[in-house]
Design a protein around this ligand. Structure first.
Ligand SMILES: Cc1ncc(C[n+]2csc(CCOP(=O)(O)OP(=O)(O)O)c2C)c(N)n1
Length: 660
């Protein structure tokens, strides 16, 4: 006899309860509450193939409420993903277990994104749904036609990012997005009545979503709602009235089931109440078989899709494979070299944000997978070009997203597009507004995604807008994030090189910090080699053993060069190192680093930013010129004088340090 629906759902409940009990930490409440919804989704609707977690046209399943990770691990194990065995589940939360405390993205595991910081998964799912629409337009609806399903909790919807992301999803009418709201009215502090009284129906309808409410423990109601969503012309919220910790006699409906093991005694009581007589981690054969059959349906689904794919032209097949495997077009190298020559010939004195626009203008038409955007600062970030076509709900053929003033959602959505595959997202705002998107940027780095952040107005050099708009500590913050390349190019050539590096790195996101103000062209020689790829290199050198080494980035390289010339007049041999990327420099050989940092010279760094972090390069005997306070509102020239970011200051300091 086939196991009844409740048995399938209870298999999730008990794997979760027992794994949390064994680890003596974790969150049993959510998996117990959402097991029925997940069972309906996986049993009847979700198109996925556990044998190939990377199948491009699979439906995506995102557990935005990442604390309920055991829900996801149970589903992946039960449906037959190789990545998660019963042993892994027994090792929940142990060192190196794939079943980590919160889901950690791995494209081979079925874990579609890293979640845990509430709200991130929701914004990722919007990015995935956008990516699906864009790719559908490009490759045709016979190849790309999947859904994005999400489980989100009260906490997800309290977070600001959810408002930004859901609003944009409504605006874009992302009909293939289906979000299950685990509406259990419980969060950590107790009842959600303590802190929220939103009318979710009105909230979502005002965004332009379709809203349905169901009993989250009623198979038929859940199924009916999903069926209706599949025909919707709008994004879908299915509010599932659930009981957190469902099945626990003493903890169901209470926050005590949210984030701690239930305890041996209570676990036994749950077993009695749900009539589950099996030992921990033991799933009866017929239940496991039925779950495996649910997973096996996907083999046929993918096979059918492969038949469609195989009938496509070679051009379409190759292009789809190229973009989903993150390979740049064959002529990319040529384009970069050609543009480099052009820049070198022209030697433009333009703001690096304009240089970035020139690079984009050159590469956009050859890189159809590039999808740009800005949080309402397109003209200032110079993120759009004459080849940028806005993406609208009526036209997903475009390559440019107007995110509106939604920096946080922009970053979360870019992560979602990169996770989906097939798209290289870049997006812009002012560097100072990093603070408004940092949680998602951190996730780009943690997941190792190719996401490119264009942060213009990168210093007090932006001038009159004043200290609210002038970044000070931001580069230091960024440089402290592991697996993130922070670029700050000095001129057009370096900007091109930094873009090249960002586009070639498939596992590390990039920030390209760009100036508002004009910068002189400083590159002395045309090289095929990407000099910025060394992180730092000599841009000027006087004599074989300089007494002073000046290290600068971006807009301050010109000041260092000015100082270099003045020092020459004082008979002091110096050199200038341009350091567009500290992270790449840190990875060079000791020999290279020693050569650039000139052991026997005194070292002075100059950057219109916090000096924190520069000690590493200038050493104890060195000095750093930078910002040690907030900026001020004034014309740029006055600001650089006021804050002593001048070549005269460098010269005086050098003389003093050399005792001359
Ligand atoms: C950004 C963020 N802030 C705080 C937390 C800590 N936290 C984890 S779950 C949670 C709220 C729990 O309530 P709910 O989202 O309703 O989940 P449920 O209790 O239903 O499982 C909080 C505050 C977090 N994970 N992410």
């Amino acid at each position: 006899m086939s196991p009844i629906f409740k048995d399938l759902a209870n298999a999730i409940r008990f794997l979760s309860v027992d794994a949390v009990q064994k680890a003596n930490s974790g969150h049993p409440g959510l998996p117990m509450g959402m097991a029925d919804v997940a069972t309906v989704l996986f049993k009847y609707y979700l198109r996925f193939n556990p044998k190939n977690p990377k199948w491009i046209n699979r439906d995506r399943f995102i557990l935005s409420a990442g604390h309920g990770s055991m829900l996801l691990y149970s589903l992946l194990y039960l449906t037959g993903y190789k990545s998660i065995s019963i042993k892994d589940i027994q090792n929940f939360r142990k060192l190196n277990s794939v079943c980590a405390g919160h889901p950690e993205y791995d494209e081979n595991s079925g874990i579609e994104t890293t979640t845990g910081p509430l709200g991130q998964g929701l914004s990722n799912s919007v990015g995935m749904a956008i990516a699906e629409e864009i790719m559908k337009k490009k490759f045709g609806s016979s190849l790309i036609n999947h859904k994005t399903y999400v489980v989100a909790s009260d906490g997800d919807f309290m977070e600001g990012i959810s408002h930004e992301a859901m609003s944009l999803a409504g605006h874009l009418k992302l009909k293939n997005l289906i979000v299950f709201f685990d509406n259990n009215k419980i969060s950590i502090d107790g009842s959600t009545d303590l802190s929220v009284s939103d009318n979710y129906k009105k909230r979502f309808e005002s965004y332009g979503w379709s809203f349905q409410e169901v009993n989250g423990h009623n198979e038929k109601e859940i199924s009916k709602a999903i069926k209706k969503s599949l025909k919707s012309k709008k994004p879908n919220l299915i509010s599932c009235k659930t009981i957190i910790g469902y099945g626990s006699p003493n903890k169901a409906g209470k926050s005590s089931s949210h984030g701690a093991a239930l305890g041996d005694v209570e676990v036994e009581l749950v077993r009695k109440k749900l009539k589950w007589q099996h030992k921990p981690f033991e799933i009866p054969k017929e239940i496991l078989n039925e779950w495996k059959e649910i997973g096996e349906k996907g083999i046929l689904q993918e096979k059918k899709w492969n038949q469609i794919y195989n009938k496509k032209s070679k051009k379409i097949k190759d292009e789809l494979l190229r973009v989903i495997n993150n390979k740049l077009p064959k002529n990319f190298e040529e384009i970069i070299q050609d543009q480099k020559k052009k820049f070198f010939h022209l030697k433009p004195n333009i703001a690096s944000r304009q240089s970035s626009a020139s690079v984009l203008e050159r590469i956009t038409s050859s890189l159809p997978e590039l999808v740009g955007g800005s949080a309402d600062l397109s003209g200032s970030n110079n993120t759009n070009t004459k080849y940028s076509i806005p993406i609208k709900h009526s036209n997903f053929k475009g390559n440019y997203l107007h995110y509106g003033v939604r920096e946080h959602a922009m970053a979360g959505i870019m992560n979602g597009m990169a996770l989906h595959k097939g798209i290289i997202p870049y997006g812009g705002t002012f560097l100072v507004f990093l603070d408004y998107c940092k949680p998602s940027l951190r996730m780009s780095a943690l997941m190792g995604l190719k996401v490119i952040y264009i942060f213009s107005h990168d210093s007090i050099g932006l001038g009159e807008d004043g200290p609210t708009h002038q970044p000070i500590e931001h580069l230091t913050h960024l440089r402290a994030i592991p697996n993130l390349n922070v670029f700050r190019p000095a001129d057009t050539i370096e900007t091109l090189e930094c873009w090249e590096l960002a586009l070639k790195n498939n596992n590390t996101p990039s920030v390209i910090a760009l100036s508002r103000q004009k910068l002189p062209f400083v590159t002395e020689t045309l090289t095929k080699q990407n000099m910025s790829g060394f992180g730092a290199y000599d841009i000027k050198k006087n004599g074989s053993s300089p007494e002073v080494t000046l290290i600068a980035s971006g807009s301050e390289v010109q000041i260092a060069i000015e100082a270099f010339n003045k020092l020459k007049n004082h008979n002091i041999n110096s050199k200038v190192v341009s350091m567009p990327c500290q992270e790449l420099f840190n990875k060079q050989s000791e020999d290279y680093k020693n050569k650039i940092l000139e052991k026997n010279s005194i070292k002075i760094s100059i950057e219109a930013s916090s000096i924190t972090g520069w000690e590493k390069y200038v050493g104890q005997k060195g000095a750093s010129i930078g910002m040690e306070s907030f900026g001020k509102s004034a014309p740029i020239k006055d600001l650089y004088e006021h804050f002593n970011l001048t070549s005269n200051n460098i010269v005086e300091l050098s003389k003093k340090m050399l005792g001359k």
